[in-house]
Design a protein. Structure first.
Length: 340
């Protein structure tokens, strides 16, 4: 990766983070922005099957200018960079594939669920990708390319990216399932604690990820039905297969959300049952203490004419009356419980 100099945000002066040239050998060749500029020159010879991938950091203000002046990106790509819509989609514009892909950050965790957007412009010979924050899937793709992955076309590079993103989502779903399993075990053991709020936070994260990462079906359907003329049939089939694999992961995420919802309902039912039981016990205690409180209130008015005030055994007589009423109350409560 090109070293950062000054305030270039991990990129060179043109905003390029890394660049690769494909088709000159079994392995992609790492190139600089100057070499990419020479390759992009209209008079430069391009052997069949050769293409480049340039990845830019949009935090560097020079990146957009360089892409517009030298990479000849479509106007729709520049509009997408500043468009408020972040929905994942792949569209065809002026014989160029424009992809907007939402991905999790490189330091993603289920507690934060931070995501960011990756923009791509694909032609037969040039792949431009740009982002504002480090993303997991694009880094996995770079590592695969650096490791010698055989990529024959620009569309296959996009397919590889989508599959890497699906792998990242599979790991997220796996981690979420493990956390839900732990909550379920604690629920079965009767240790609720704050599990309901934890499940709620996890469910909100999964809903947000699914909303951001799920591709727009209409745009993708149009692309698969009428792909660009330079896209090979094999690439179209692989793109369709990768989107199907991605849909399976999103389906698993939806199933996990339903499972979390059922656990939340079960926890809520247990909490309501415990609250009802506590209220019932409190009501029973109140009923049993009613005779004592009533008689104590009457005798505690401290006015003249209180019965048995001068009697030698007045206290014991009152205690006996209280005990009698209490025993009667206990008998009545027990009888009602047996009838229920």
């Amino acid at each position: 990766m090109i070293a950062a100099t000054g305030l270039t945000y991990g990129s060179d002066q043109s905003g390029l983070i890394w660049g690769y040239l494909f088709g000159r050998g079994p392995q992609a060749v790492l190139i600089s922005s100057a070499e990419a500029l020479a390759w992009l020159h209209p008079q430069a010879p391009h052997p069949p099957g050769e293409f480049i991938w340039l990845h830019f950091n949009l935090s560097n203000t020079a990146s957009e200018k360089w892409m517009s002046e030298h990479a000849s990106v479509a106007d729709e790509f520049n509009e997408a960079l500043h468009d408020g819509s972040r929905s994942t989609r792949i569209e065809l514009a002026d014989n160029t594939l424009i992809a907007v892909v939402n991905d999790v950050l490189h330091n993603f965790s289920l507690d934060s669920a931070d995501t960011a957007t990756l923009w791509l412009s694909l032609t037969q010979h040039v792949v431009i990708s740009a982002r504002r924050a480090p993303l997991k899937s694009i880094e996995r793709l770079r590592q695969a390319v650096q490791g010698g992955a055989a990529i024959r076309s620009s569309v296959e590079l996009l397919v590889h990216l989508l599959r890497d993103q699906a792998d990242v989502l599979v790991k997220i779903v796996r981690d979420a399932v493990a956390r839900v399993d732990t909550v379920e075990d604690r629920l079965l053991a009767g240790r609720l604690n704050q599990q309901r709020s934890d499940l709620g936070a996890l469910r909100r994260i999964l809903v947000r990820l699914q909303r951001l990462l799920a591709p727009e079906p209409a745009a993708l359907f149009r692309l698969l039905q009428k792909p660009p003329t330079w896209v090979a049939e094999l690439d179209t089939q692989e793109l369709r297969q990768s989107t199907e694999e991605f849909s399976v992961v999103l389906s698993d995420m939806s199933s996990l959300q339903e499972r979390i919802k059922l656990l939340q309902e079960e926890i809520a039912a247990q909490v309501n049952e415990e609250n009802s039981r506590s209220l019932y016990v409190l009501t029973i205690v109140t009923v049993l203490a009613l005779p004592i409180n009533l008689i104590a209130g009457l005798l505690g008015m401290n006015v003249g004419g209180i019965p048995l005030a001068e009697h030698a055994y007045g206290f014991w007589i009152v205690a006996g009356i209280v005990a009698t009423f209490t025993v009667f109350a206990v008998w009545f409560v027990v009888r009602k419980q047996r009838q229920d």
